[in-house]
Structure formats: structure tokens, C-alpha cells
Design a protein around this ligand. Structure first.
Ligand SMILES: [Zn+2]
Length: 153
């Protein structure tokens, strides 16, 4: 089997990377955010890892600024767009735009990013988290594991 991170043929171990279970080599398992799952691991330990992953996702959700509903609405009106038109432009449902603007639903990072770019607004707070020794800014959601591996070198 090949390491899912670097492609090296080696004895692989299971590790949680960015909340996804992957099969990686010993080298990659040491990398940054990887939580190794030993075969002898107890249920308690698994629970702890799941908890950690869940907390991380919650952290990310907090990256959307508080006044997002107003910012989206004003940005859209500045562009002279109806909710329906904006929805079409960013390939989302009109009902989602409505929910975001009424403050009922926080946009996902992906949606927020699209809104930011399309409306030229700022929805995602500068949100930094340490991964290994390298500061990673989650504002740039294009960061991939490959980027992180490069950053390590
Ligand atoms: Zn590897």
C-alpha cells in the first residue's frame, strides 16, 4: 500500500488528518495535525480524538464574523442584485441567501468565501491555528495537505 499523503510505499498506519482517517507512512504520521491511531488504542482514546476533531470543526464555524447577515445584505444591495440573482451567481439556493441575510444560518466557509469574492466583502475573521510549527491562516481555505507538507520543508 502507498502512503495517502506522500505516496511512499511503506508499512502504513491509520491517522486522522483534518478529521479524515487516512493511511499514512511513519514519516507523515508525525506531521502536524495527524493523530496516530494505534491498533491497541482503547475506545476512550478514540472518543478523545473524535472530540478533538469535533471541536476543531466548531472552531472553524466561529470564523464567520458576527454581523455576517448585514454584511451580505449590504454587499448584495450595493451590487443591485436580488437574493435570487445572487444565489444564481454563486450557485447556491435562494433560500440559503435568505437565511443568511436574516441571520438564521451562518454561511459555511465555502459559501462565505464565494460571497466574499463575489460581493467584495469580508465575512471570515482572520483565524489562525497552529499546525506544527507553522501558523496556518484558515482564511485561505485553499490550503491543502500538500501545501502543509511543502511548508514543513
Ligand atoms: Zn507518507
Amino acid at each position: 500500500m502507498q502512503c495517502e499523503m506522500c505516496g511512499k510505499e511503506e508499512k502504513l498506519i491509520e491517522a486522522v488528518v483534518e478529521g479524515v482517517v487516512m493511511h499514512v507512512c511513519g514519516n507523515c504520521s508525525k506531521f502536524g495535525n495527524v493523530v496516530p491511531l494505534q491498533p491497541t488504542i482503547v475506545n476512550e482514546e478514540n472518543k478523545r480524538i473524535q472530540e478533538k476533531t469535533r471541536i476543531k470543526q466548531d472552531d472553524l464555524a466561529e470564523g464567520i464574523v458576527d454581523g455576517y447577515s448585514k454584511i451580505v445584505k449590504e454587499g448584495r444591495e450595493k451590487k443591485g442584485l436580488k437574493q435570487e440573482e445572487l444565489a444564481k451567481e454563486i450557485a447556491e439556493k435562494e433560500s440559503l441567501i435568505h437565511s443568511i441575510e436574516s441571520g438564521h444560518i451562518k454561511p459555511s466557509f465555502k459559501t462565505a468565501k464565494k460571497l466574499e469574492v463575489y460581493l467584495n466583502i469580508s465575512l471570515i475573521e482572520k483565524y489562525e491555528k497552529k499546525i506544527g510549527k507553522k501558523d496556518v491562516n484558515f482564511k485561505d481555505e485553499l490550503i491543502t495537505i500538500a501545501d502543509l507538507l511543502r511548508a514543513k520543508k
